[in-house]
Design a binder for this molecule. Structure first.
Ligand code: HEC
Ligand SMILES: [Cu+2]
Length: 356
């Protein structure tokens, strides 16, 4: 390809999935047909305007009264119809490919929420003796700092050449899962399961966007998909499995000892909860993001939206997390949406207590 042609085609992101080539082909086919039609129609228009203009000093001429030309009408009906069929054909075969996951694709459960993605993998470890099972979850894949692009926190790791089926839903509003390099885009809707599949054909890290405006920090809901060649992916999977086994061993030890976890341990677990579930809205350096900063919150005087005042104690923290709309901090929107388990709440509170 010449340099100019390369530059021309470089307006699109890399073709990193199996469907990308077909979609780009349909795109360029339509673009080029439209381009040629534009030049022909506008060219004829300009040509006729010049050719049949009234020249200086010329008398008025009467336009001939033409009503019908069967030959012309057949030509300008049949040719565009044939072109339409060509466009339809390439659009259709690509769309079918895009919407038909191959059998044996690995299923990832994707949950969109304000303003991050949670991905559940079928990578599980089970302890036969105790029956404890842990599966790998990528919770809170996002870039919480708007406008910074990649590197995102927690990129989603997949294997080169392997087919993945995404089963997607949303916790709150409509989001949309979009990976330009894969040419896939699918709405993620609360109360509904939508599906999309892909198979990466190029290793690398690719942008992943939420492409449906979903509120205050929508622009921060930007993450990445990391495509690893088989050997590297297997190594990543092994490390991931080792961590799951460690987690199971820890749970077994805790169960066996029967004693409650120490505050230090709780705070450590709470930090992970904060990072995956709260960091997209709360900073810890005293500055506001979507919500107020959470460092040094315990014992601080708070003013609420109804003008009342209180001192933040543990009960207030608990209520703020499990029932955020009950008391809304003055100067902030009632925009807190979060899903935390019964275990996670005391952990994250313990963590917040350690922050000055
Ligand atoms: C979608 C954004 C969002 C997420 C995610 C979020 N919060 Fe909030 N949070 C807010 C907003 C906005 C407020 C202020 C309005 C209000 O009080 O409800 C707030 C208020 C709070 C308050 C009261 C703060 C104060 O200054 O009195 C606490 C405590 C809190 N959040 C804890 C958490 C914890 C812990 C998590 C994670 C488990 C979390 N939030 C996740 C948006 C969020
Ligand atoms: Cu979104």
């Amino acid at each position: 390809m010449t340099f100019a042609a390369k530059l021309f085609f470089a307006v699109l992101p890399p073709e990193a999935s199996t469907v990308a080539g077909g979609i780009d082909f349909a795109f360029w086919l339509i673009t080029i047909i439209c381009g040629i039609s534009f030049v022909l129609v506008e060219g004829a228009l300009i040509y006729f305007v010049i050719k049949y203009r009234r020249k200086k000093g010329e008398a008025d001429k009467i336009t001939p009264y033409l009503t019908h030309s069967t030959k012309l009408e057949i030509i300008w009906t049949v040719i565009p119809t044939l072109i339409m069929f060509v466009i339809f054909y390439y659009g259709m075969i690509t769309y079918l490919e895009l919407k038909t996951p191959p059998s044996g694709a690995e299923t990832l459960k994707v949950t969109g929420r304000m303003w991050a993605w949670d991905i559940e993998y079928p990578i599980c470890e089970r302890d036969a003796e105790s029956g404890i099972q842990e599966c790998y979850k990528n919770i809170g894949s996002t870039n919480p700092v708007p406008g910074k692009g990649i590197p995102a926190r927690n990129p989603i790791v997949v294997q080169l050449g392997k087919a993945y089926l995404l089963e997607m839903t949303s916790l709150d509003v409509i989001h949309s899962f979009y990976v330009p390099a894969f040419r896939i885009k699918q709405d993620v809707v609360p109360g509904l399961k939508t599906r999309q599949w892909f198979q990466a054909i190029q290793a690398g890290t690719f942008h992943m966007f939420c492409t449906e405006y979903c509120g205050l920090n929508h622009s921060g809901m930007i993450s990445a998909i990391k495509v690893l060649p088989e050997a590297e992916y297997k190594a990543w999977e092994e490390t991931t499995r080792a961590k799951l086994r460690e987690k199971i061993a820890q749970q077994k030890a805790d169960l066996a000892s029967g004693k409650p976890p120490s505050p230090e341990m709780m705070a450590k677990l709470g930090e992970a909860v904060y990072t995956s579930k709260c960091a997209s809205c709360h900073k810890l350096d005293g500055t506001r993001l979507v919500g107020p900063p959470l460092n040094g919150i315990l014992g601080k005087e708070r003013e609420l939206s109804d003008g009342s005042k209180l001192v933040a104690d543990e009960a207030y923290l608990l209520e703020s997390i499990v029932n955020p709309k009950a008391k809304v901090v003055k100067g902030y929107p009632a925009a807190m949406v979060v899903q935390v388990s019964g275990d996670e709440v005391p952990q994250v509170i313990e963590y917040l207590k350690t922050l000055k």
